[in-house]
Design a protein around this ligand. Structure first.
Ligand SMILES: O=C(O)CCC(=O)C(=O)O
Ligand SMILES: [Fe+2]
Length: 321
């Protein structure tokens, strides 16, 4: 049954609202506050490099399967940056997933509410957790992610949105927790499920298999609205987040937590899809300025310069072979 949502101008057309754009987005930026964190570190297990599974070969869709032309995509270094979606697949060992889940559960104390895209989330989680910091800067981990997509990837130099943890608790009515229909500011986005679907109802990951400029006016019955089967604990999904609309339906009971990681290709930095106002909509204007400089300040050697800015080991094209 279609849920009536106030704020959805095209009532009944889509079950979930679409995130703000244009002037409304600036309004969110003025109201947003930077992430809160009191510096108290929860006790954590130790990250281990052997938590990463190697030689993952997940099913993939290309951006051309979403209606993009090859000529519109990033290209260079003998590669077309065309992976739209990869997975879901397991990326970490069962022990690795359980450790990450324990870490993310403890960080819930720092979650802030937002009306912009995701109802309740922690941003900048790698700044709060040595486990997450070590995990996303582990060369094995970055290589596995890079190979899933086919381009070298490091943590995004925009520090605050790099690791976001989303918390969805089963609720009803105005309290319900969702991700609105949105495209990410980020290009390379990995989502790791930290609950098995038997632990909650709802919380389906939906995406629109079409161009983002074809999304306006789409209705719930459109055949291009699909669901990614992210049911298993640890299921990892890659999406080219800036190039596809996606949403999470309300969790109606139980609990669903996701770890959302945004990586960055230093070689395609000039095509990075972020906009200042998309970031400021989540973090506020002041917190966005230094982040923005880390992304836009000119570089001489993209791989080295961006790895330094992101505090990451360098990952190059030759590492992908
Ligand atoms: O929680 C999820 O499954 C994904 C949410 C999402 O799209 C996001 O955080 O940008
Ligand atoms: Fe997203």
């Amino acid at each position: 049954m279609a849920i009536d949502l106030s704020g959805n101008k095209r009532k009944g057309a889509l079950e979930l609202p679409k995130t703000a754009t244009g002037f409304d987005q600036v309004f969110h930026a003025v109201r947003a506050r930077k992430p809160r964190y009191d510096g108290k570190l929860p006790t954590e297990p130790r990250w281990r490099s052997d938590f990463v599974l190697q030689d993952i070969k997940p099913p993939t869709l290309k951006l051309q399967d979403f209606g993009y032309e090859a000529g519109e995509l990033n290209r260079g270094y003998g590669t077309i940056d065309e992976t739209a979606l990869a997975g879901p697949t397991q990326l970490l060992t069962p022990e690795g997933v359980v450790s990450l889940k324990g870490v993310c559960d403890k960080l819930e104390a720092y979650a802030g509410s937002s009306e912009f895209i995701v109802t309740r989330r922690v941003r900048g989680a790698d700044l709060m957790s040595p486990f997450i910091n070590n995990m996303i800067r582990d060369r094995n981990f970055l290589l596995a992610c890079s190979r899933m997509v086919g381009v070298p990837l490091i943590p995004h130099p925009l520090r605050t949105p790099t690791v976001q943890i989303n918390y969805f608790e089963g609720r009803s009515g105005d309290e319900r927790e969702i991700a609105k229909w949105h495209r990410d500011g980020m290009d390379y986005v990995f989502t790791i499920q930290l609950n098995d679907a038997s632990e909650y109802e709802g919380g389906r990951f939906k995406y629109f298999q079409g161009r983002t400029d074809d999304f306006d006016g789409v209705t719930e019955s459109d055949e291009r609205i699909k669901e990614a089967p992210c049911d298993d604990l640890g299921a990892t999904l890659f999406i080219h987040g800036s190039h596809m609309y996606h949403a999470v339906t309300p969790v109606t009971s139980g609990r669903r937590v996701t770890f959302v990681l945004s990586l960055f290709c230093p070689y395609f930095s000039s095509q990075d899809s972020n906009t200042f106002w998309h970031l400021a909509g989540d973090d506020g204007i002041l917190a966005t300025i230094p982040n923005w400089l880390r992304l836009k300040w000119p570089t001489k050697n993209p791989s080295i310069d961006f790895s330094l800015r992101a505090g990451s080991p360098a990952i190059t094209w030759s590492d992908l072979q």
